[in-house]
Design a protein around this ligand. Structure first.
Ligand code: NAP
Length: 323
């Protein structure tokens, strides 16, 4: 089969397309999925570069978010059979490949109303969004939430979930198209995080009360401003950060605000099951509609990694096309 293999950590050039990779065989509690498209996550680029805490043994194939048809099941798999439409939150053999192995507890049924590319945008983006809002921030209906970086895979999922749970949503994006998509996906107001004085513009509609919850995609740039935007008892949930930042701890004191980090893969199996159940309801009823942004053929994977990190103007989840 065709698959991307990484034999050494480094820049996007270490992503090599091979056409003679053996199709893996599912073992106990594993399934084999035929993959038409795979999601590309920022963490794939951190792992590839060798700078991330998790370092797979090389050679390896990147990618955790796949959706497709079950092709074969291993021993003791009872929840799935050949031909089932599924998506994953993790893979064993890597998702940038025509077939991927996954452990059965990381595989979920994909409703007919979502296509496979939308299925690629459920795993890491939607599960992270749900964990950040409901588990980490413990939001209550009627609260306000700023999605600081709302136009990407995680941000749009936060906007949709926030609207469904009765929150007042504010989002940010760098381009007009990104801002349009943010409004279409549940935010009540949108701001340009590259615009002049945009923090002042956010402060206006929020007034003296401030924002109850901020879901932060780029904390190393925004955390200090976030602390000044919060309400009494407000909380910043850090989903993404690409480096250090200086803050004044005093900014947390008067409002007794809190800063909390979130990592999807700290979730227990039981939490994954809970998130999956809530998100499944959203997919069935229609308030969760994963949004696909840029699409790249498998052979242009190096460009995809380059653009994911260095280009602005997200309009949804990036995917790699396998055929
Ligand atoms: P993505 O699809 O590439 O989106 C990146 C987002 O960041 C876009 O909305 C982008 O907006 C926005 N952004 C760029 N500059 C910004 C700024 N100055 N202020 C605020 N936002 C800005 O990535 P993703 O999959 O949504 O992931 C977002 C972040 O969360 C990444 O850092 C990723 O590593 C992290 N993440 C963490 C977890 C976890 O478990 N903690 C899970 C998934 C993702 P424009 O393109 O419009 O500028």
């Amino acid at each position: 089969m065709r698959a991307i293999r990484v034999s050494e950590y480094g820049g996007p050039e270490v992503l090599k397309l091979q056409s003679d990779v053996a199709v893996p065989i599912p073992e106990e509690h594993q399934v084999l999925i035929k993959v038409p498209a795979c999601g590309v996550n920022p963490v794939d680029t951190y792992i590839r570069s060798g700078t991330y805490s998790r370092k797979p043994r090389l050679p390896a194939t990147p990618g955790v978010d796949v959706a497709g048809l079950i092709e074969a099941v291993g021993e003791r798999v009872s929840a799935f059979k050949k031909g089932d439409r599924v998506f994953t939150t993790s893979t064993v053999s890597g998702g940038y490949a025509e077939h991927a192995l996954a452990a059965d507890h990381t595989v979920y049924k994909l409703p007919e109303k979502l296509d496979f590319q939308q299925g690629d945008a459920v795993g890491v983006p939607c599960f992270t969004a749900y964990r950040a809002l409901l588990h980490s921030a413990s939001v209550k209906a009627g609260e306000s939430v700023l999605v600081h970086g709302a136009s990407g895979g995680v941000g749009l999922a936060v906007c949709q979930i926030a609207r469904a749970y009765g929150l007042r949503g504010l989002g940010t994006a760098a381009t007009e198209e990104g801002q349009r998509v943010v409004l279409q996906n549940g935010a009540h107001e949108v701001f340009n995080h590259r615009g002049d004085n945009y923090i002042d513009k956010i402060q206006k509609p929020v007034g003296e009360k401030g924002i109850d919850v901020i879901i932060e995609m780029l904390a190393n740039v925004n955390l200090s401003n976030d602390l000044n935007l919060l309400s009494q008892g407000g909380r910043v949930i850090i989903v993404g950060s690409k480096g250090p930042i200086e803050i004044n701890p005093r900014d947390t004191m008067a409002k007794e605000s809190s800063i909390k980090g979130v990592t999807l893969f700290s979730s227990t199996k039981e939490e994954f099951r809970q998130f999956a159940a809530a998100l499944q309801a959203g997919k069935e009823i229609g308030w969760l509609r994963p949004v696909i942004g840029s699409q790249y053929p498998l052979e242009t994977v190096a460009q995809a990694h380059e653009d994911l990190i260095h280009s602005s103007g997200a309009t949804g989840k990036m995917v790699l096309l396998l055929k």
